[in-house]
Structure formats: C-alpha cells, structure tokens
Ligand binder design. Structure first.
Ligand SMILES: Nc1ncnc2c1ncn2[C@@H]1O[C@H](COP(=O)(O)OP(=O)(O)OP(=O)(O)O)[C@@H](O)[C@H]1O
Length: 628
C-alpha cells in the first residue's frame, strides 16, 4: 500500500526574534521553522480501518475453519470406524535375488485375501488390504496416511509390523535411503499436516525403546550400555499408568523435534543404537520389539484453549518364529519364548477388544502394558502382517496369518451378506465424498486466511513503521531543541516554493489543520507554558514543541498568544531581574532561534522494512516564517 505524501512548505512572514519582545497584534509573530513528518490523518484512519476489518475477517475465517475441521474429524472418524478401528493389512515379500523361485508358488493372493496351499490343504485368509510383491513403499504409506490424520485429531494410534524373521518388517517400517519406510514418511507427513493446521499449534516429541526379554531399553538415552544385560539406569524402565489411564514410561528419554530434519536425525540415532547393541550381543534384531513413539501436542489458538495430547506408536515387532521348528536352545530359546509370549499377549488383547469383551488382559506382557492406552476403544490400530513367498516358510506363513485372523477389527467380509457388504461400501464411499468436499472447503478458507493474514501483517507493519518513525522524530526534537533548531537552520533555500500566509486573510491550508498527534503536542506545549518555565531552555523547548506541530493553526489567536507569551515572558523576566538565570548555552539557543532559515526542505523517503509494502512517505518540512 502506498501512502501518498505531500510536500508543503509555508512561509510565514516574520519579525526577528532579536528584539527579545513581541509587539502587540497585528505586529509580526516570531519566525519559526520546522521540519516534521506528516502521516495524513485520513490515511492513517484508513489504514486503521483496514486493519480492524481484516482482523474481523481473520477471526471469522478461523471460526469457519474450526467448524469445518470438526466436521472433517467427525467424518474421518466415521470412515475409520466403518472400515474398522483395528485394521489388518498383509504384505507379501518379493523373492530375493538369492532365492529360488518354486514352480508352483504356495501363496496366491487377491486384493483382500491370501490363499496358502500346503500338503494338499488350502487355507484362505481375508484382510482389509493385501499388498502384492510389486507394491511400493508409497503404496503402503498411502493406506496408512488417513490414520495419521486421526493421530493429529487426538486419537492414539498404533502401527505394528508383524511377521516371521526376514519377511520385510524392518523394510516396511524403516526402509532404505532410496525407499524410505513408514516411520520416516509418517513423521514427515505429521510435520506437513501440522504446518497446514491454521487453528491449532501442533508440536511433537519423540521417544524410542526396545523390549528384549521383558526389559525396556531407552534407545535415545545419552548414556547407552554396551550390552543389554549391562547395568544401566536406562534399562528396565518402569511403566506407570495415571488416574486418567494414560500410560507413561518413567525415565524414558523424550526429545523435542521441532522439524522433520531433527526428527529424522533422532530416529536414525535410535536405529543405530539398536543395531549396535544387537551386534554386541551377536543377535539378530528380530529378537526384540522396537517401538518408536511420537507424542503430539495440539493446542487451539484461542485464549485458554486446552492442549490435546495423543500418541503415534510405530512398532517393528520381533520375529514370530516357531521354537520347535528352529530347534532353538539356551538363550535363543528363552528369547523366542519371551517374544512369543508377548506376541500372544498382544493377540489376546486385540481379540478381546474386537469382541468388546469386558476384561482386556493388558497386564500379560510389557508390550501390552505399554500400549494399553493406544490399543483401547478410542484408539486406531493398524497391523501389517508380513509373509514370505517361499515354499520352506509355508508353516510360518500359516501361523502368522492365523494370528492376524484373530486381530481383524471388523467381521470379515465373508461373514457379511452381499447386500450388507454393498451397503457398507456405499456408506464408505459417501463418507469419503463428504470428506473430500470438506477438505476442499478447508483449502479454500485456508488460502483466503493466508491472504488476509499476510495483508493484515503488512498493514500493521506499515502503521507501526510510519508511527514509530514519526514518534521518534518528535521525541528527538523534544529532547534536543538545539539540534532541531540546527536542523532547521539548514532549511533549504528554494524560496520560490514557499507559500505566503496572510494572518489577516484567515486562510489556512489543509495541511495546517490539526492531526491527532499535533493536537497532542499542542496540549503538551500548553501545559508547559502554563507551568511558566523560568529558564530560557524551557522556552526553547516550548518553542520547539510548537514549531514541530505541523498543523498548529496560526490563525488561531490562542496559538499566537501562546507563541508570544512563550517568547516574551520568560526572556523579559530574565532580562528584568538581571539574574544570570540563562546559561550560556541557552543564549546560544536564542541566537539559533534568531537565525534565518532559508535552505530548501528535503523530502525524505521512508520505505517499510517489508519489501512487499514499500510505502513511500515524505517527510514534510514546513516553514512557518512569518505571519503577516
Ligand atoms: N517389499 C520388499 N521389497 C524388496 N526387498 C524387501 C522387501 N521386503 C523385504 N525385503 C528385503 O528382505 C530382507 C529382509 O527384510 P527385513 O530385514 O526387513 O526383514 P525383517 O522381517 O525385519 O527381519 P528381522 O525380523 O530379522 O528384523 C532385506 O534384505 C530386505 O531388503
């Protein structure tokens, strides 16, 4: 926004101040030169009006956005509940380069079912979604994304990777640098979504831990033990449940993650610690469960808004091998038992929740104790079961698939009649349509909100810049009358531009009419005059104040009277009394006042610090040389 500036100069006829007295009216009034910054009052008013209307618009848009956000939340929740708040996906690992592909593959699959053939027996398992061997990390993440939105909406969310060793759990959760997995993608998505939330302030913290043989190990702790069984304050952490049922792990490191880069850094650190500790004990990572927790703090931007806290757990579970088949003994057997116990406890909890059974056996393992508040009724659970395509792994594959069968959130499609299935699909697609519409409306409002906020901030900056500069100048002049007068001294000489004002004509140009600030200064000067300052210095100050008032109406007899009084009384009093009340410097001040100021005023350009605003403002130098 450009504020137009006017350059106006006035010449007011004068009689020199050297006489130390002001003759009675209609004698000439002392010469006063001034240099003031003018932000025309009407423009300032317009700016203030625009700011207040923008503020109103921003408030209105935010409230619309809030109600749309509530609607979006509700619709998403319905979609997730209709699909099932505990969903189970299956991912089939492709054959590795080192693996021999059998002539007749034991595992075949459709979009939501897997069929396993073994020793002439055919077993079919249904899932919410099956990811084929060719499915990319992007495809998998696409299905997980809606549940992340749920986490940001305040629900606790749990994403678990389950399966036999070597079936791709870590590949799905962590991925590689070229093909990042669910965890880094999810973290990135959370930051993305948070940055687009205009009604809440969203912040995140991160924790990582490992469960090995029933012990908890803090993966982000500054001090890491070399071995798992080594004494460490960060091993064997205690699990606490507060009165609201919220689970907390005592002493677990929780780091603030302000952005994705920092979050990724911590995540990689935790993964490194995990692999290092496992190298040291010479074991494979499948012997432990690795848990990553992102805690989400979501606070509304209104005064007194509460902070909602929710958790997103991303868990790479230990391998679900059958102990008899592996022929494990000693520590390996113990580890296998511990893993199987906790996996079986997890299966029991999920099955109890699915059946909506009164008692849910959370206490049977550390894993289920930790996840108690994230597997419950208000939570969303996503289990990704991984299977191998190999002939040799058929037994393990059937075991894994049977485990997840228990965990299915909704009645399997097989249990539904065709009609019910169609109805369910129709409902989901209607809800998804509603969701798209709501999101579209949200986007439009966000765009307008961003524009309004940007304009508002520009206008505020502009108002502040001009106002501050103006106030600064006034302050400077009030504090330093000598400097001001010196500056006036340098007033340029372009007399041809000067405007003569006749006192008798009563004509006052528009720019001389009072503004808010000038009235303020006038009041200040009046106060000072009324206080009858005794020193010349005070007189000089008063004069300066009067002179800086760019719009003091000189046709006003009161103003002229003030000018006269301010010049005569204190000076005369000083002269009459003969008291050397006036210090040398003050005498100099007076002589400075007497100086004829004749330089041409320079119009300064003030540009807002914001390059978008670029408002040019002229500083108006006004000359009040004489009153005729
Ligand atoms: N979908 C896939 N596409 C390509 N390679 C895969 C895929 N899934 C797994 N792999 C590869 O298979 C191997 C084993 O995968 P991964 O280590 O992720 O299995 P895991 O189930 O986590 O094993 P463990 O339980 O021992 O940790 C890795 O070399 C991985 O790169």
């Amino acid at each position: 926004m450009l504020i137009s500036a006017e350059k106006e100069e006035i010449l007011i006829s004068q009689s020199p101040v050297s006489s130390m007295s002001v003759p009675e009216s209609p004698q000439p009034v002392p010469l006063v030169y001034t240099d003031v910054t003018v932000v025309p009052e009407h423009e300032r008013n317009e700016l203030e009006k625009s700011i207040s209307s923008l503020e109103g618009e921003v408030l209105e848009l935010k409230s619309k956005l809030k109600s749309l956000d509530e609607k979006r939340k509700e619709v998403l929740n319905k979609i997730i509940d209709t699909k099932g708040s505990i969903r189970v996906f299956c991912r089939v690992r492709p054959f590795l380069l080192t693996e021999r592909r059998p002539i007749r593959e034991p595992v075949s699959f459709g979009s939501d079912n897997v069929v396993v053939r073994s020793a002439g027996v055919r077993k079919e398992f249904e899932f919410d979604k099956v990811f084929h061997q060719s499915a990319t990390q992007e495809d998998v993440f696409g299905e997980v994304k809606p549940i992340l939105r749920s986490a940001l909406d305040g629900h606790n969310v749990c994403v678990l990777a389950y399966g036999q060793t070597g079936t791709g759990k870590t590949f799905t959760m962590d991925g590689t640098n070229e093909q990042p997995g669910l965890a880094p993608r999810a973290i990135k998505e959370l930051f993305n979504e948070a940055s687009m939330d205009h009604t809440h302030l969203v912040t995140f913290t991160m924790s990582m831990l490992e469960i090995y043989m029933g012990n908890l190990k803090d993966l982000l702790s500054a001090r890491q033990p070399l071995r798992f069984n080594e004494a460490s304050t960060k091993c064997n952490l205690n699990i606490q449940v507060d009165s609201k049922g919220s689970v907390e792990i005592e002493g677990l490191t929780e780091v603030e993650v302000p952005d994705f880069t920092k979050a990724r850094w911590w995540y990689n650190k935790g993964r490194r610690v995990r692999s290092t500790s496992w190298t040291n004990v010479n074991e494979a990572s499948s012997r432990s469960h690795c848990l990553t927790r992102i805690t989400i703090f979501r606070r509304g931007d209104g005064v007194g808004s509460k902070t909602e806290v929710s958790k997103l757990w991303m868990i790479d579970l230990g391998g679900s091998e059958r102990l008899l088949k592996t022929g494990a003994i000693g520590q390996t057997l113990d580890e296998g038992r511990a893993i199987n116990l906790s996996l079986s406890a997890l299966g029991d909890v999920i099955a109890a929740l699915r059946r909506k059974k009164g008692h849910v056996p959370y206490r049977n393992s550390k894993l289920t104790q930790i996840l108690k508040d994230s597997l419950g009724t208000r939570s969303k659970v996503l289990m990704l079961v991984h299977i191998s395509p190999r002939d040799e792994d058929v037994g393990e594959t059937i075991c894994s698939l049977s485990f997840t069968k228990r965990a299915r959130a909704i009645e399997s499609n097989r249990g539904l009649t065709d009609e019910l299935r169609k109805l369910r699909e129709k409902k989901i697609s209607e809800l998804e349509e509603e969701m798209r519409d709501t999101q579209e409306s949200c986007k439009k409002i966000i765009t307008r909100l961003q524009e309004a906020e940007c304009l508002l901030s520009d206008n505020k900056k502009l108002l502040r810049t001009t106002h501050e500069k103006y106030e600064e100048d006034i302050e400077e002049k009030l504090l330093s009358p000598i400097n001001h007068l010196k500056e006036s001294d340098a007033t340029p000489k372009s007399s041809d531009k000067l405007v003569k004002i006749s006192k008798s004509s009563g004509y006052v140009p528009r720019f001389m009419t009072s503004t808010v600030t000038s009235r303020l200064r006038q009041t200040m000067s009046e106060k000072e005059i009324n206080a009858r300052p005794q020193s010349i210095r005070s007189v000089a100050k008063t004069l300066t104040q009067l002179s800086t008032s760019q719009s003091l109406s000189l046709s006003d007899s009161r103003s002229r009277g003030l000018l006269r009084r301010s010049y005569t009384k204190p000076l005369q009093a000083a002269a009459n009394s003969g008291t050397p009340e006036t210090p040398k410097r003050d005498a100099k001040d007076t002589s400075l006042q007497r100086k004829n100021i004749s330089d041409t005023p320079k119009s300064k350009m003030v540009t807002s610090s914001d390059p978008n605003v670029r408002a040019k403002l002229c500083y108006h130098r006004r000359r009040m040389s004489s009153l005729t």
